[in-house]
Design a protein around this ligand. Structure first.
Ligand SMILES: [Zn+2]
Length: 205
């Protein structure tokens, strides 16, 4: 493990771009690296909002804060039907393939149960009809259908896994949301953007 001085010395050699890149994505820095990075941002007169961001990202949410986010997510309004709440995070696996292409898609959507059923049926029929038409697609289709089948029994576990990962990956953002004036609305917006991002995804990642 590098000492504080060694980290400082290596940051000094980074150009501004590299320092900014690190400051934009500072998750997982060691406790020795955080003050060294903040110092570099300050010394170089780079955008000081990064200093706050580095601190937000590296201040993990406690269980109480996570529970508050979970309950806000659950009580948000579904961004697809704009009506129901009691949201959960669902996983959708679908395949569309042709002779030379194969779109194997994994989506995570935070939506109501009714919309979940609608999308699941639509995906199921699409995969059954359009999944098989290539060698790769054939195997991917079988995997997708089996995963979909077993996932029916694991709704709570999948919900917990997706939400925990989402919160972990967006620690700084959620910390900012929790200290904002209207966390409920902000969480609603976050879910909506996250759903849009996932709906636009069409390759397995
Ligand atoms: Zn809905």
């Amino acid at each position: 493990m590098l000492t504080k001085e060694e980290i400082r010395a290596s940051y000094k050699n980074f150009d501004d771009n590299k320092i900014l890149k690190l400051a934009q994505n500072p998750k997982g820095l060691t406790k020795e690296a955080i003050p060294a990075l903040i110092e570099e941002v300050r010394l170089r007169n780079l955008d000081t909002s990064f200093i706050e961001w580095i601190q937000l990202e590296n201040n993990p949410l406690n269980q109480l804060e996570k529970d508050s986010i979970f309950s806000n997510i659950k009580n948000s309004k579904c961004s697809i039907c704009k009506t129901n709440s009691d949201l959960k995070a669902y996983e959708f696996h679908s395949v569309i393939s042709g002779v030379i292409f194969c779109d194997d898609t994994l989506q995570h959507l935070i939506i109501c149960e009714k919309c979940n059923k609608k999308i699941r049926w639509k995906n199921f029929f699409n995969t059954i009809l359009l999944g098989w038409w290539s060698r790769k697609g054939f195997i991917a289709t079988i995997t997708a259908l089996l995963t979909e089948f077993f996932n029916l029994f694991l709704v709570k576990r999948i919900n917990d896994r997706i939400l925990n990962t989402l919160i972990e990956e967006n620690n700084g953002t959620f910390r900012k949301i929790l200290s904002s004036e209207n966390p409920k609305q902000q969480i609603q917006n976050f879910i909506e953007n996250n759903n849009v991002r996932n709906l636009n995804k069409n390759e397995y990642e």
